[in-house]
Design a protein around this ligand. Structure first.
Ligand code: A3P
Length: 296
């Protein structure tokens, strides 16, 4: 009975998310300088939000990063938009977002075709971050085990089957990724497509790309003055995990911030996958991405 009740409450939450998505599509009014960070969960969204925030607001805080708001307070910028929407009030009315300092930064996991019309039609920018499905799945697995009520139990194998068949929040991973990938090729000035692994491997290079894309490139003085390094350090896994707000805070209902920081590494999946799981996911990836020019 306890399990049944827990599952019903999960279903209710899901139905709220669907309502929130529809409400967001209809009512959200993008501003020309908004920045939308899109991703599937567990792809490095929190990291990219922090990098974007620190980059566009750097003139006010860097190099005196001691006073940077990422270190001091919670901020709207790290709250996914749809969460605002769900808990914004009766009838899923969009809360007042006008007080958020510009440029506003929003996160979303909604698939590209389902974004609000005003995001499609305005000049706002979208950055999408994807992660290789092997690590993304393991990160999900840990995350859901942590945040779901203990009465909702499922095995790694069960979760893996759902992941491979595309039963997943925000759509099958392949369609979410390919939706943004194809769109980014058509409109490269509007959508920047990033990969977690590349961001890890060459953060400096990728951050310069991000700043350029957001129309606030780093000057030579900033580069030689260590501004890029300061931002990278400020947003590093270690630094972010240690922030008080990320130890005890809760930016999103149901999720404590501390659960957004686990290992922050590439390749942890090898510790969990059996040979048959490896074969199966490789096949799914080949089948779903084989016809495209996308590769992980
Ligand atoms: P792991 O579970 O593999 O450690 P999201 O923010 O999209 O939910 O993604 C969470 C994943 O990004 C987690 O992966 C988390 O540890 C990792 N992560 C969070 N902050 C990071 C950072 N500053 N640098 C690198 N990885 C980070």
């Amino acid at each position: 009975k306890e399990k049944e009740e827990a599952l019903i409450s999960e279903e209710e939450k899901l139905s709220l998310k669907v309502q929130a998505t529809i409400s967001f599509q209809k009512h959200f009014q993008a501003k020309h300088n908004d920045i939308v960070i899109a991703s599937l969960p567990k792809s490095g969204t929190t990291w990219l939000k922090a990098l974007a925030f620190a980059t566009v607001k750097r003139h006010r805080f860097i190099p005196s990063s001691q006073n940077h708001p990422l270190l001091n307070s919670n901020s709207h910028t790290i709250v996914p938009y749809f969460e605002f929407n769900i808990y914004g009030g009766e009838d899923n009315v969009i809360p007042d977002l006008s007080t958020i300092p510009e440029p506003r930064i929003f996160g979303t996991h909604i698939p590209f075709p389902s974004l609000s019309h005003s995001i499609h039609n305005s000049n706002c920018k979208i950055m999408y971050i994807c992660r290789n499905p092997f690590d993304a799945f393991i990160s999900h697995w840990h995350f859901f085990k942590t945040i779901l009520p203990s009465s909702v139990t499922f095995s790694l194998e069960e979760a893996f089957e759902w992941y491979c068949e595309g039963t997943h929040f925000f759509g099958p991973f392949w369609s979410n990724i390919l939706g943004y990938w194809e769109a980014s090729k058509d409109t490269p000035n509007k959508i920047l497509f990033l990969k977690y692994e590349e961001l890890k491997a060459n953060t400096n290079f990728e951050l310069k790309k991000i700043a350029q894309f957001l129309d606030c490139p780093f000057s030579e003085e900033e580069e030689s003055g260590g501004v890029i390094d300061s931002i990278i350090e400020l947003c590093s896994f270690k630094k972010m995990k240690e922030l008080e707000i990320n130890k005890s805070g809760k930016a999103v209902q149901f999720v404590e911030n501390k659960h957004l920081f686990r290992k922050g590494e590439i390749g942890d999946w090898v510790n969990y996958f059996s040979p048959s799981m490896t074969e199966k996911l490789s096949k799914v990836i080949e089948e779903k991405f084989g016809g495209s020019d996308f590769s992980f």
